[in-house]
Ligand binder design. Structure first.
Ligand SMILES: CC(C)(COP(=O)(O)OP(=O)(O)OC[C@H]1O[C@@H](n2cnc3c(N)ncnc32)[C@H](O)[C@@H]1OP(=O)(O)O)[C@@H](O)C(=O)NCCC(=O)NCCS
Length: 139
């Protein structure tokens, strides 16, 4: 299989939302609507990647930074393509881009019952923050 990795663009949106909706373990919200993803990509150029098999999007890493820390969202690989190193490669592309932007630490959120996802991050050197609790507020 010849997987191509390239920067994500808003033109990938339809394929990405389809992938996210159809992959267990992915949480979606209003922040994933087309205009919000467009805004996100515009404000975080060069950090988000897709993996393609013959131009079909089979993996994503939606990545941003706030000038201090990096944030990885929607690291997702289509089920038939999992377990072949695509997720790890997407993450490496995003981390390399964050490093190049001068960012020294990255965070991500995993749904509590997504044990497979948690194992993926632990096995790649990420550690769970048991010293922090996430607070959110609707604006
Ligand atoms: C989590 C997820 C992104 C991982 O993507 P992936 O492409 O399957 O990940 P990789 O193939 O890089 O790594 C998965 C495992 O396959 C193994 N692997 C990598 N290349 C391999 C190969 N060529 N042959 C066999 N196994 C391989 C890796 O060692 C890894 O095992 P480990 O985690 O026990 O170390 C994917 O399972 C997914 O999309 N899950 C649903 C969404 C989700 O949970 N996202 C993360 C939460 S934010």
């Amino acid at each position: 299989m010849n997987i191509e990795y390239r920067l994500m663009t808003i033109d990938d949106y339809d394929a990405m939302i389809d992938l996210w909706k159809n992959t267990p373990g992915v949480g979606l919200s209003g922040a994933d609507e087309r205009d919000k993803i467009d805004y996100f990509l515009e404000h975080n150029p060069g950090l988000s990647f897709v993996a393609c098999d013959d131009r079909r999007v089979v993996g994503t890493s939606l990545t941003g930074n706030d000038g201090r820390r990096g944030y990885l969202h929607h690291v997702v690989v289509a089920e038939p393509y999992q377990g072949q190193g695509i997720g790890a490669t997407l993450v490496e592309h995003s981390l390399e881009a964050l490093r190049a932007a001068g960012i020294q630490k990255a965070h991500l959120f995993v749904i509590k019952d997504n044990l497979h996802g948690q194992r993926f991050w632990r096995n790649r050197g990420w550690h769970e923050r048991v010293d922090l609790i996430m607070f959110s507020k609707d604006l």
